[in-house]
Design a protein around this ligand. Structure first.
Ligand code: HEC
Length: 405
């Protein structure tokens, strides 16, 4: 039994890695096919003289020539095998949810909850997480079925405001990284549910209508088209959010919810540029505006976030390494040690250790990024690092991070 318990953390790490790998692979397949079909539709040669064709396209790839044609309506005779492209979406969502369980639910105290933000129990946090994911789909679906859907601008603004409010509240409930991932996960849930609940049913309806020689349900077809446009706009923001969970200057920022909001707008507008271009409408000014937005955001987030030096006199205070070493030993070393003593940690997280002065020096930039520029570490401030201790570490780094004094 003991052996099983001691193997559990390794097992969990491996499971994390494997599921993450699957999630990325199927996610690439999903977004890849979605980009490909968008591109295909925009590049079809519609001047074709073939009567039953809407357009066709020639391409060459990996040693073969492909001639793809898009029919005006359903085929007269259905082929034995019709490909649907749905499992990419489903498996991305399923693997994503399993990853949420492995990384956040099983380590709710460490990563989902931040006791300084909100002191909730793991069960409550997990319940909020699941309800939030389900709830975001219902709210979105409700909006799509309301009259609002006929007013594109108003609909988009309403959705953006809801994202803004949701992000704000999430950062007041969960730890910052978990809050970010939940915004991403809710967008991912909406995208996958769009495929599952609307797009695939509409395609099934098209096929069965064609087989029984009836007219397909036009309203259903319209909804499916709208939902796939929405999915298209959500791809870039959702990818950004997923990747940003590895960059503390985004999720660890004081106004992380606002950053998320601006990134979503920038991501969606870049997508908008390409969608317009595919329709042969050229609006090149969108790109420089988006790029400038990104640069402004970059500059803004590079400013130090925590006021670690309240007044200029404190800048002159010399802090000895032994003092800093003690702080790091007690506040960080319980986890970041070759043999961590913090419950639940068999190995130092990400292999980062502060056993010797050299270990600390080696990681100095990262320490600054995680504890001075942001308050990501210690996670949820589990070991109670105080502000004055942060100031001391900062001053010591500012004065050259000397390990010999
Ligand atoms: C309760 C355990 C715990 C404590 C205490 C803790 N950490 Fe961490 N630390 C973690 C975990 C878990 C990760 C990995 C997070 C991840 O997967 O992104 C981590 C990651 C890091 C990283 C690497 C981040 C990256 O993405 O490269 C640094 C640097 C770090 N911690 C510094 C510190 C410092 C400095 C302290 C003390 C002020 C500290 N940690 C205290 C658990 C802890």
């Amino acid at each position: 039994m003991d052996v099983i318990f001691s193997l559990y953390p390794f097992f969990l790490d491996w499971l994390d890695l494997i599921v993450r790998w699957i999630h990325i692979v199927v996610g690439i397949a999903w977004i890849g096919t979605s980009f490909y079909f968008n591109w295909l539709d925009s590049r079809l040669d519609r001047t074709t003289s073939k009567e039953d064709l809407e357009g066709e396209l020639w391409s060459v790839h990996s040693g073969g020539f492909y001639n793809i044609s898009k029919l005006k309506g359903p085929p007269k005779e259905f082929p034995k095998e019709l490909h649907w492209f749905k499992w990419e979406a489903y498996t991305t969502w399923i693997s994503g949810f399993v990853l949420l369980i492995i990384v956040y639910y099983l380590n709710a105290e460490g990563l989902l909850i931040d006791k300084n933000i909100s002191d909730i129990s793991p069960i409550t946090a997990i319940a909020i997480s699941v309800l939030f994911l389900l709830g975001s789909w219902f709210v979105y679906d409700f909006l799509c079925n309301s009259k609002l859907i006929n007013h594109t601008t108003l609909f988009s603004i309403t959705c953006l405001i809801i994202v803004l409010i949701a992000s704000y509240f999430l950062t007041k409930i969960f730890g910052s990284r978990a809050a970010y991932i939940h915004v991403g996960a809710s967008i991912g849930t909406i995208m996958a549910a769009n495929v599952f609940r609307v797009i695939i049913p509409s395609q099934k309806n098209m096929v069965s209508a064609a087989l029984s020689n009836e007219k397909p349900d036009l309203q259903q077809g319209f909804s499916a088209k709208t939902r796939s446009i929405h999915n298209n706009y959500m791809t870039l923001p959702v990818l950004f959010i997923m990747v940003s969970s590895h960059y503390p200057f985004t999720y660890g920022h004081k106004y992380n919810w606002a950053i998320l909001f601006f990134i979503s707008i920038i991501g969606a507008s870049v997508r908008h540029y390409f969608n317009l271009r595919n329709k042969k409408q050229y609006k090149p000014w969108i790109l420089p505006i988006a790029a400038s937005g990104m640069i402004i955001l970059m500059l803004y987030t590079s400013l130090p976030k925590i006021q670690v030096t309240e007044n200029s006199t404190s800048l002159d205070v010399q802090v000895s390494f032994s003092e800093v070493n003690n702080i790091i030993k007690y506040r960080c070393g319980v986890c970041h040690n070759t043999k961590p003593t913090f419950e639940g940690f068999e190995d130092p997280p990400l292999g980062i250790i502060f056993d010797t002065p050299q270990d600390i020096l080696k990681n100095i930039k990262k320490i600054k990024a995680q504890t001075i520029d942001t308050d990501i570490m210690p996670p949820g401030n589990l070991t109670g690092l105080t502000d004055s201790e942060r100031i001391k570490i900062n001053l010591w780094i500012k004065h050259g991070a000397n390990i010999n004094n």
